[in-house]
Design a protein around this ligand. Structure first.
Ligand code: BES
Ligand code: ZN
Ligand code: ZN
Length: 484
């Protein structure tokens, strides 16, 4: 995909046009074309938030045209903009348009930072399909998009940021989409190391011996049935060396979750190559932070491993230790994510010195029951930190929904034979998060459960089938909010 910002354009050069307009009475004169050029228009009227598609004939060429109506409430909602723009782009792509003009500044509406960014992010994200492992690719020709903005100099830095964010999102989608025979702890660590070299952050990777030496018994218990070595991946970006503040990100990195002895069904297991969606989010985000050279310090960690089944695996009923010293009863080996995360949480707070921390994970099926695919579920201990995160998600067209943390819930993760249990009563999404929160040393903390949002069952708007890259762009903006 080639994207250029242009001041103005001659539409006859293109075979596709996307034209957002501000009212519901569309007429061809709005794009300054004589009526006789109009072919096959079914209707030239669209409701707010809708589009209409027709073909223009100009300069001996056919131009597939998608007119969109953007009322105020659509212009104000980044989520709606991305969806409308993504759908419009894909409609033209399906019509085989290869050279598209996206008329952001068109006499009906005026260019703005939001519209320019949304247009660029939407077309890049909507263009993605996971075909890396196909020997014959469906699409070979690259599509080029000219975004018409009136004053291209004014928007060039926004274009850069939009490109970085959209590609970071796609990087995370690709990690989620890669199957577990190809993406396992070691190969993930190699990819992260390469990404760090490319974008400008440092990577350190601990293998089994070092993880054991650190006492991460909960993490190692989860990994114990796997033939693959666990890899604890640390990413450090030091963009503001004079500042002691460090933002910490912890991502769940189960490259596969079979459930262990508490085995999942075949259907339940099928999506579990993506049980590293939290890791993908923090990796994508720190890559974008480094690439944009933000003046902020970020450390991200991923306790990568597989939850498999073998004679060396952990069992329901076991009582295990943890790096923080607390003992944990294993009620279910499929509640493994929280065990890897609580050791990672203890590590990042006590060894990396972060002073605020967000963990993110495909943690509980119950999160999907709470808010479906439309929002991620969040709990935390700090209103300001929550508000900052909420703004960051909204800014990207993503959503988080905060759940309560009552003292009564904290009782549910206690166990009579051990300090804590990995299987607590309902509300399961909250109690799962609280187990991780036990190790946050009371610094500002948020826990984001993306089990409902990390995956899309079908292509729609900016989403492709498979990984969604959920939270990558929001975690970038959260770091940006904390930067100087
Ligand atoms: N990785 C799963 C959660 C999950 C399910 C993510 C579906 C995405 C889609 C997690 O490790 C898990 O299995 N959780 C169990 C916990 C239960 C045993 C307490 C769950 O949610 O059923
Ligand atoms: Zn599980
Ligand atoms: Zn899992």
């Amino acid at each position: 995909m080639k994207i250029n910002l242009v001041n103005s354009c001659d539409i006859k050069k293109y075979d596709g046009l996307i034209v957002p307009m501000d009212d519901s009475n569309l007429s061809v004169k709005d794009i300054e074309l004589p009526v006789e050029y109009l072919l096959g228009a079914k209707k030239l009227k669209a409701e707010d938030g809708e589009s209409c598609l027709f073909t223009l004939q100009a300069g001996g060429k056919y131009i597939e045209t998608s007119l969109l109506v953007l009322g105020e409430k659509h212009i104000e909602s980044y989520r709606k903009l991305l969806k409308l723009f993504g759908d419009a782009f894909r409609t033209l792509k399906n019509k085989k348009s290869k050279s598209i003009a996206f008329l952001i500044e068109n006499g009906s509406i005026s260019a703005s930072e939001t519209l320019v960014k949304a247009a660029i992010e939407a077309v890049i994200m909507a263009d993605y399909v996971f075909d890396t492992l196909k020997t014959e690719k469906k699409e070979t020709d690259e599509i080029s998009v000219d975004v018409v903005v009136g004053n291209s100099d004014k928007y060039s830095s926004f274009k850069t940021e939009a490109l970085v964010l959209a590609h970071a999102n796609l990087y995370a989608r690709e990690l989620v989409n890669l199957p577990a025979n190809l993406l396992y702890p070691e190969s993930l660590a190699e990819k992260v190391t390469d990404l760090g070299k490319e974008k400008g952050f440092d990577t350190e990777v601990f293998g089994f011996e070092k993880i054991k030496e650190l006492g991460m018994e909960a993490y190692l218990s989860v990994s114990s049935a796997s033939a693959r070595e666990p890899k604890f991946i640390i990413m450090r970006y030091n963009g503001d060396p004079d500042n002691k503040e460090i933002l910490g990100y912890v991502g769940k990195g189960l490259t596969f979750d079979s459930g262990g002895l508490s085995i999942k069904s075949t259907k339940g297991m099928l999506g579990m190559k993506g049980d590293m969606g939290g890791a993908a989010a923090v990796i994508g985000a720190i890559g974008a932070v480094a690439e944009m050279k933000l003046r902020v310090n970020v450390v991200a960690v991923v306790a990568a491993c597989e939850n498999m089944i073998s004679g060396s695996g952990y069992r329901p009923g076991d009582i295990i230790g943890s790096m923080g010293g607390k003992s944990i009863f294993i009620g279910n080996t499929d509640a493994e994510g929280r065990l890897t995360l609580l050791d990672a949480m203890y590590y990042i707070v006590n060894k990396e010195g972060v002073n605020r921390v967000l963990d993110i994970a495909t943690l509980t099926g119950a999160a999907l029951r709470c808010t479906g695919t439309e929002a991620s579920v969040v709990i935390g201990n700090d209103d300001d930190f929550f508000n900052q995160a909420n703004n960051s998600f909204e800014k990207c067209g993503e959503r988080i929904w905060r759940m309560p943390v009552y003292d009564e819930y904290k009782e549910l993760i206690k166990h009579e034979e051990a300090d804590l249990t990995n299987l607590a009563d309902d509300p399961g999404t909250i109690t799962a998060g609280l187990l991780i929160g036990e190790f946050n040393n009371d610094i500002p903390w948020l826990h984001v459960d993306i089990a409902g949002t990390f995956w899309a069952d079908k292509q729609k708007g900016i989403l492709s089938k498979g990984g969604t890259g959920a939270a990558v762009r929001p975690l970038y903006y959260l770091a940006k909010q904390l930067s100087k």
